[in-house]
Design a protein around this ligand. Structure first.
Ligand SMILES: Nc1ncnc2c1ncn2[C@@H]1O[C@H](COP(=O)(O)OP(=O)(O)OP(=O)(O)O)[C@@H](O)[C@H]1O
Length: 476
């Protein structure tokens, strides 16, 4: 048998080895199998389409130089992409690169499948090593469905983008879809809901949810075990990849670099990426710019703190799911006192249920007041503007929505000014944000309200007493 191709490739490798870092050599050149040399065309077998793309992108110069040195100026290079299992990826065609005078070009031929390569060699970081059939568990929690996700102004854009993505993964402009917002506002839930719905609509699509931390751990393991290729190949065959808490990759340059290649590959192949983050992409620190700029290709949608109405609906839904009936006053009490995020709202409900069951107490407002106040004090809550409006309205026996009504009625104007004054003194909200939440006023109106209230406190005893009473109620 003619071993000329082996000789030529080994000579090329000797030069390449001296010119690329050892880890790159091991990753990208050792797995290559030289197959044939005919008419100055060297055929190399590579394990995947991505592998070939990566070689083309990163190493074409050195390949071109070494080949020309070995075979002459009309040297050509062909890649034989051997997909080792039919369901690893769509059968991508055989690609040929010609490192000629005009740089590289590619053309296609059918894939060749050697008979001795039937076993799956890509290791799946989600299954026990040794299991040959590649079954990917999507790692989705069925509770995190769209049906269980309450819609409100706080999440409307993100939710509808999520529905659109799950109906047409990879086929909308929302790629990647970046969901961001503070902790406990439903990013994981929504991202998983997209995965669940996609699986319902497209059973044959490979969906995978993974936290950025898990991704990082798998990557470190893969490097330690010399399996970086397997790691890359595994991720590049996913149709819908959901990575949670992407901010956790900050400062992890190597992982980011690998994720960059996975991202590119998936995006170019029309696959869907869904990322969650605790900050808007523009505010993410410690991330490579090339990654950040890619995050901005699609849609970034934020999740905000739910307003009072949405909190009430979330509580009703959670109680219903747990099979308990709660009086409206109990739900309203929780919704007006637990305002930080949905996770705390859930926690409050669970504490209430636990106390009532364990101590055999009736689940009524009295119990709710005791439990919630204890909880809220422990979490050093910041008062919400919603709650301030509620307390002020209760104090003056006004319906809460009256503050939003455009009117010059003195008692309403004054209640609104008092609500603005307390929002300014007891929350961190800006004048503009206070104004927009209380009667859709501008910042100048809020400033004027604060001055008026301060003046009245100094000059009107009766007024000051009212303010002190409201203050006490708010800090109860
Ligand atoms: N709109 C909603 N409707 C119903 N449940 C919700 C909603 N938003 C959040 N939740 C619930 O609140 C809890 C916290 O949500 P989730 O874990 O998705 O938050 P997160 O934003 O991912 O938080 P973190 O950044 O801390 O991971 C979950 O149990 C989730 O089901």
């Amino acid at each position: 048998m003619n071993n000329h191709h082996l000789q030529v490739w080994n000579n090329c490798l000797a030069v390449i080895k001296d010119n690329v870092p050892p880890i790159s050599y091991k990753t990208w050149f050792e797995p290559i199998v030289p197959l044939n040399l005919e008419n100055q065309i060297l055929t190399l077998q590579v394990p995947s389409h991505f592998f070939y793309e990566y070689l083309e992108e990163q190493y074409i110069d050195i390949l071109r130089k070494t080949l020309r040195k070995e075979i002459g100026n009309s040297a050509k290079l062909e890649y034989n992409v051997v997909m080792e299992n039919n369901h690893i990826a769509n059968s991508k065609p055989f690609s040929v690169v010609v490192p000629g005078n005009n740089g590289s070009s590619t053309k296609n031929r059918p894939v060749s499948m050697p008979s001795d390569k039937e076993e799956l060699t890509i290791r799946n970081p989600f299954v026990i090593p040794g299991i040959k059939k590649l079954h990917i568990d999507s790692q989705l929690n069925p509770d995190y469905s769209f049906a269980n996700f309450i819609e409100g102004d706080c999440n409307r854009l993100a939710r509808s983008a999520g529905v659109a993505v799950s109906e047409n993964p990879g086929g909308t402009a929302f790629n990647p879809l970046v969901l961001y917002g503070d902790s406990g506002l439903g990013k994981t839930h929504l991202a998983q809901a997209i995965g669940i719905k996609t699986k319902e609509l497209y059973q044959d699509k490979t969906v995978l949810y993974v936290s950025a931390n898990k991704f990082q751990t798998q990557f470190t393991e893969a490097i330690r075990n010399n399996n970086k290729n397997d790691f890359l190949h595994f991720y590049q065959m996913i149709d819908v990849l959901i990575i949670d808490d992407i901010q956790e990759l900050a400062g992890k340059e190597k992982t980011q670099n690998t994720f960059f290649h996975i991202f590119n590959h998936l995006h170019q192949s029309g696959k869907q990426l869904i990322l969650t983050s605790d900050k808007a992409p523009i505010e993410l620190k410690g991330m490579e710019n090339r990654l950040l700029s890619r995050f901005k290709w699609g849609l970034s949608a934020d999740l905000q703190n739910p307003d009072y109405e949405t909190r009430v609906r979330i509580l009703h839904q959670k109680a219903y799911k747990d099979g308990i009936v709660l009086d409206n006053e109990v739900i309203e009490y929780i919704a007006s006192h637990v305002t930080n995020n949905v996770r705390e709202l859930e926690g409050a409900l669970i504490s209430l249920l636990a106390q009532s069951t364990l101590n055999k107490k009736e689940l009524n407002l009295e119990l709710a007041v005791t439990i919630i106040d204890r909880l809220v004090k422990n979490t050093k809550r910041e008062l919400s503007i919603d709650y301030i409006q509620k307390v002020v309205c209760d104090h003056f026996s006004l319906p809460i929505d009256v503050l939003q009504v455009k009117t010059r009625k003195r008692e309403i104007v004054q209640a609104r000014q008092i609500a603005m004054y307390f929002s300014k003194t007891l929350t961190k909200a800006s004048l503009a944000s206070i104004g927009s939440q209380i009667g859709k006023k501008d910042h100048a109106t809020v400033l004027h309200a604060c001055k008026t209230v301060n003046n009245l406190i100094d000059t009107d005893r009766g007024f000051k007493t009212q303010i002190d009473e409201i203050d006490k109620k708010l800090k109860m």
